[in-house]
Design a protein around this ligand. Structure first.
Ligand SMILES: *Cc1c(COP(=O)(O)O)cnc(C)c1O
Length: 372
């Protein structure tokens, strides 16, 4: 926590705004919209809810297809299934580790040849670990075919591409404030949009779709997806430290990069998720790629388990959705980039509270693993 969150919670208690609406919700939405340069932000109970309501706003329903980045957390894809639609998974490209525009174009051409293009209702690119996807290329393809983009920016609050905030490129953007994200409301999310009608209908659906009547009248199926005023208060406190958090995460990454640059001089070749000149990543997580063929046979699993010996947790990168048992048999376009990233990638300790002592401990162990 940044420090002022409790003040906002106290205000909410003092004013008795303990409900899924109130002044903190309104103010949090305003700050998020301003920060992400989107006219409307709707605060919700989770990032998953934001993706779900985003798909509903795009009219995704039974029998439709939604094109989705394969390499991501399952919450990018699960809401497609909630809607009775089928995901079509797309490989990553090796620069950003995000949706490959070439594989995306291939998928669309193939679906068109099969007469299924009209069923495609949305494209979901993801900005993994904060790294902006190649949105120029992806938007160009999406616009060419008139398919709306729902940007999963759950990991990328504060990241920019050509100076424009992640989450503001598509028709809809989704943010997450889960406990592990760069800022948190303990649990929460937001839907970003430039369209007032989308924002209004998202608020309506997220609060049980109650029509304007003295009694409870419903013409639509609603959801209980709104963010509470207490959690929004935490979010207001967190917005005050967001830029500090980004600076810390970026400095974590630079420490690792510096360390591995030295290691690489000793006959290793550790790679990173690289920014290009037009992208700025919040560096939510610091990740490395370790090809055993370039690293004396050392695998990411060797490194992960050796770190764990000293109670240092590192994790494999997201396992691609097209390799998940739950999505077996789902269409997939591309090669094995996402799969190789999964086999060779490791997320290193990346928290905003990572101290000098903890860095020393991690570097000492890594030094041991990579031969002193
Ligand atoms: C965290 C996350 C989500 C889901 O957000 P929740 O707030 O946990 O529901 C969706 N997509 C990605 C890529 C995420 O990392």
């Amino acid at each position: 926590m940044g420090g002022t969150e409790l003040d906002y919670i106290h205000t909410a208690f003092a004013d008795n705004w303990v409900a899924p609406l109130g002044p903190h919700v309104t103010e949090f939405e305003k700050r998020l919209g301003d920060y992400c340069q989107m006219p409307y932000a709707v605060a919700l109970g989770s990032g998953t809810a934001a993706i779900h309501l985003g798909l509903i706003a795009l009219g995704v329903g039974t029998g439709d297809l939604v094109i989705c980045q394969s390499k991501t957390f399952s919450a990018s894809a699960n809401p497609i299934v909630y809607q009775g639609a089928t995901p079509v998974f797309i490989d990553s490209e090796s620069d950003t580790w995000n949706m490959c525009p070439v594989a995306l174009a291939e998928a669309i051409a193939d679906l068109q040849a099969k007469g299924q293009l009209e069923k495609v209702k949305a494209i979901i690119p993801v900005h993994l670990y904060g790294m902006p996807a190649k949105m120029k290329e992806i938007m160009a393809i999406a616009n060419q075919y008139g398919i709306p983009v729902l940007e999963d920016a759950a990991e990328a609050l504060g990241s920019t591409y050509f100076g424009q905030p992640c989450g503001s490129f598509g028709k809809i953007g989704a943010l997450s404030f889960n406990g592990n994200k760069i800022i948190t409301t303990s649990g929460g999310g937001a839907l970003l949009t430039a369209e007032k009608a989308v924002a209004d209908s998202t608020v309506h659906l997220s609060t049980q779709a109650r029509d304007n009547a003295p009694h409870y009248e419903h013409t639509k199926i609603g959801y209980n997806y709104r963010l509470s005023n207490i959690c929004a208060g935490i979010g207001l406190g967190q917005m005050e430290v967001l830029d500090e958090r980004i600076a810390k995460r970026r400095s974590n990454f630079e420490r690792y990069r510096g360390f591995f640059t030295e290691i690489n001089k000793k006959g290793f070749n550790i790679r990173f998720q690289e920014e290009d000149v037009n992208s700025f990543s919040n560096r939510w997580l610091s990740c490395i790629l370790l090809d055993p063929a370039e690293n004396n046979g050392l695998t990411r699993e060797n490194v992960r388990l050796r770190l764990l010996e000293d109670n240092i947790e590192a994790r494999p990168l997201w396992k691609p959705m097209h390799l998940q048992p739950v999505f077996a048999g789902t269409p997939y376009y591309g090669g094995n980039v996402a799969e190789t990233l999964f086999e060779q990638g490791l997320c290193l300790p990346s928290g905003s509270l990572l101290s000098e002592d903890e860095f020393e401990r991690v570097f000492a162990k890594l030094g041991e693993i990579f031969g002193g």
